[in-house]
Design a protein around this ligand. Structure first.
Ligand code: PMP
Length: 286
């Protein structure tokens, strides 16, 4: 089946989906994005993704391209046209097309919008979750506004490739004090020996993951104690459990950090429970 992309107001065959050479996203990474999970044909946590998109745009002073309602329609239509039941929908908004020059364009340039969707086999993710994944640690080398979900992801790309090269699935950034910030595309969590969930506060230094927020609420609902504080790599290596969260990985157990096996080397029970109950807490759009 041929894929369809939404590009600046038109639905076009994926192979012909193109943006202008002077799109500021292409030349300056001057844009933001969201990735929303599609579960059983429904968007997951659309409201929160739209709110975070609005915040990212505001922080970068990029105009909202259309209302959240209209964007929601485009997301659904792209999912529908690609016949995605389980997978993801990707939304990117850049500052638009203008003659290459660093300052914002003076004219009233409309933001450029691209939406794509693709299916992901849920069995694959379930299989990874059964075995757990390995992560490596890399020095934090990103700018200090990673709370903005910008398409400027070069350090994340390099970190993730380093993980692949090492036979691991994710890389955790570690700051100069030895504290884990977050993964290249996930938030990082551990469970200490007393069964407490520990994850870094999302005020600054990490992206406030939507999955992270849902898991914080879910843990509270289930009576699992949660402490929002930074944790070190040393603590993580000795943790009872570790896991990562993101819209596409959900709650994904981590069984190895660099050369250290976590717990008994099998996915932990708290991660398993949070994964199992995830959709009872997430917002499932009609
Ligand atoms: N941190 C980073 C750097 C990410 O790219 C992502 C994935 N978008 C996350 C955390 C997890 O965010 P979410 O749960 O909203 O997918």
């Amino acid at each position: 089946m041929s894929r369809i992309a939404y590009v600046n107001g038109r639905y076009v065959p994926h192979a012909y989906a193109q943006v202008h050479v002077e799109d500021r996203g292409y030349q300056f990474s001057d844009g933001v994005y969201e990735v929303c999970e599609v579960h059983d044909g429904h968007l997951v946590d659309e409201t929160r993704h739209m709110a975070r998109l609005g915040r990212s745009l505001k922080e970068l002073r990029i105009r909202e391209p259309m209302s959240a309602k209209a964007l929601g329609h485009v997301l659904r239509e792209t999912v529908r046209r690609n016949r995605v039941r389980n997978g993801l929908v990707y939304l990117q908004v850049t500052r638009g097309v203008a003659k290459r020059d660093h300052p914002f364009p003076k004219d009233d340039v409309p933001p450029a919008v691209v939406v794509t969707a693709r299916a992901i086999d849920p069995k694959k993710s379930a299989k990874s979750a059964e075995n757990g994944i390995s992560v490596i640690t890399v020095p934090e080398n990103r700018w200090d506004r990673v709370d903005i979900k910008s398409v400027s992801l070069l350090p994340n790309v390099l970190a993730r490739q380093a993980a692949e090269d090492a036979g691991a699935s994710e890389a955790w950034f570690v700051d100069t004090d030895g504290y884990v910030t977050e993964g290249s595309a996930t938030n990082a969590w551990i469970v200490d020996q007393d069964g407490r969930l520990i994850t870094r506060p999302a005020e600054f230094g990490i992206l406030r993951g939507i999955t992270r927020t849902v898991v914080v609420d879910l843990a509270a609902r289930e009576g699992v104690e949660i402490v929002e504080r930074p944790f070190t790599v040393e603590e993580a290596r000795k943790a009872r459990e570790a896991f990562v969260t993101s819209a596409t990985k959900l709650v994904m157990p981590v069984v190895k950090i660099d050369d250290a096996v976590i717990g008994n080397g099998k996915p932990g029970s708290i991660a398993g429970k949070l994964r199992e109950l995830f959709y009872t807490q997430a917002e499932i759009a009609p």
